[in-house]
Design a protein around this ligand. Sequence first.
Ligand code: BGC
Length: 358
Amino acid sequence: MRHIRALKASLLIVCLLVLLTTGCQEKDSAFNFQEDINDKDGIKIGFSMGTLQEERWQRDRDIFVARAQELGAEVIVLNAYNDNEEQIRQVGYLIEQGIDILVIIPHDAEKSTDTVHMAKKAGIKVISYDRLIRNANADLYISFDNVRVGEIMAEELTKEVPTGNYIILKGAPTDYNSTMFYEGYMNVLNDYIERGDIKVVAEIWAKDWAREEAFQCVEETLEKGIEINGIIAGNDSLAAAAIEALSEKRLAGKVAVVGHDADLSACQRVVEGTQLMTVYKPIEKIAKAAAEAAIKMAGGQELFVLDKIYDGKYEVPYLMVQPIPVTIDNMKNTIIKDSFHRMEDIYINIPEYLWPKE
Ligand code: BGC
């Protein structure tokens, strides 16, 4: 009893400290995974990736694997190529291989619930990485503040284009992140729409984040003769497709487009003026934290994560990292400063005398 009271008191102190240090600002979740990881050589981690289609996922994979190996773990990585059945099969294979913990980027938020049941039945804990698995009670969710990602995008676009016609290119309907991003857009846009300042003239879900669907939507809207003033693209790949459709009508750079992920080509478009902004999600933070958490959890160590997310049925501990808006003005102090991309790559099409100075 005394033990429990002491634990509660120390938890309360942790909570108060976190509140005091964070104040009202949005901050990353407090976590200390890298400290006191028990020496646990020989842990086998299954890393099941729903896709490697977008540029970012290679970075996620590489940092995750490097950090896990540095801590003495072995990682088996499998890519399901946007196929839910395949992902379920692959998780079955990983369990057969004797993994101690499953880290999964689900292709399908709802249907991948089965993978969590399979792992739990085999006594294996599950980390839902970047994308949430719904109704499944995963042991941990590690991602960015995805509603905030959407809000940042809409805030930047409405600053530039406070009135006019918008297109919203949502991501894959099977990816719960698309829903969270959309919630963020609408948190900002609702007032503008109610006032009649902004009109959403077209809105689609892009199956499997397919660029062709984004391209087609913008092309069709233009062909109907509808004026477009702003485009919210679910990520930088969809933004690239939208800008391609605009450029066919010589409108690239004339219609404000926002995306996210800080892909290299998106950063280039931002400094070249065809994309208004992107959002930088510091992948290194979540990939390292996921590797550290996986090893701790596999070794039976407790994690204290204060944030939670409702997965439709259960409250899941949520390690949340804050996204950062990136425009031409802060490219140097964000993306370049963090070595996410190099100045010479971002500014490749711009004469050197125009590059930002020290
Ligand atoms: C991620 C984005 C990514 C998209 C397509 C989403 O779940 O949050 O960063 O661009 O999937 O893979």
